[in-house]
Write a protein that binds this ligand. Structure first.
Ligand code: AP5
Ligand code: MG
Length: 216
């Protein structure tokens, strides 16, 4: 079965955390535009240089930059059996472009999962997040600490605080989410693909809810 999944949710909702687990469970790739852009920024590619200022300020990168990136990624062989989009689409034009790309590839989205978490909890999560610069894994100093302090469980890299987890950038990310991304909930409700998941609770509990929502 081809699982083409989209994870929607505010900054800190747990998209990356859950996408990583779903990818392992279903054997399909996690496609995170945030991780791809951060890798480009780290490598100093033209794309990374273009995206850097927007990302550090908590603003969305222009649509045309991310749409090209996703189109190329979904065309790769490992995405043939399905994929989990984490952080894309983020605007109505991105959602329309995704629809066109999937149609061109002869594919259809299976489900759009909206992971819902109240803002106070989002702030708590982003405030204590530690991120692996290499594989994109997220940890939290209090809720989900790494086994060895400061080091990624899977690859051993030194964990970092993301440049956009500063308070001013977090506020801007919430504004961008409310203005540009939240309208996607309506957009996908109209397609009949949207499923809402309560994102508050232990990681495994939230994962169970997502899996059940997919089976429903
Ligand atoms: P992106 O990387 O997508 O960031 P985001 O949407 O702000 O979301 P986050 O990654 O912060 O949160 P998450 O939902 O993945 O939460 P996580 O699992 O880490 O985008 C970054 C930037 O890139 C954008 O601002 C923009 O500039 C650019 N960009 C990316 N995509 C773009 C696009 N499509 N268009 C334009 N620009 C784009 O969890 C958060 C914390 O909570 C962690 O510490 C985690 O350990 C903890 N946690 C998770 N689940 C739980 C739980 N159940 N209980 C307790 N703690 C938990
Ligand atoms: Mg993320």
């Amino acid at each position: 079965m081809e699982r083409n999944l989209i994870l929607l949710g505010a900054p800190g909702a747990g998209k990356g955390t859950q996408a990583q687990r779903l990818a392992a469970r279903f054997g399909i790739p996690q496609v995170s535009t945030g991780d791809m852009l951060r890798a480009a920024r780290r490598e100093g590619t033209p794309l990374g240089k273009k995206a850097e200022g927007f990302m550090n300020a908590g603003q969305l990168v222009p649509d045309e930059v991310v749409i090209g990136l996703v189109e190329e990624r979904l065309g790769k062989a490992d995405a043939k059996g399905g994929f989990i989009l984490d952080g894309f689409p983020r605007t109505i034009p991105q959602a329309q472009a995704l629809g066109a790309v999937l149609q061109k590839l002869g594919r259809a989205p299976l489900a759009v999962l909206d992971v819902q978490v109240p803002e106070a909890t989002l702030l708590e999560r982003l405030g204590g997040r530690l991120s692996c610069p290499k594989d994109g894994a997220s940890y939290h100093v209090k809720f989900t600490p790494p086994k060895k302090p400061g080091l990624c469980d899977t690859c051993g890299s030194a964990l970092q605080t993301r440049a956009d987890d500063r308070p001013e950038a977090i506020s801007q990310r919430f504004r961008e989410y409310n203005d540009k991304t939240a309208p996607l909930v309506d957009y996908y409700t109209k397609t009949g693909l949207l499923r809402t998941v309560d994102g508050v609770g232990e990681l495994e509990v939230v994962l169970g809810r997502i899996v059940r929502a997919l089976e429903a």
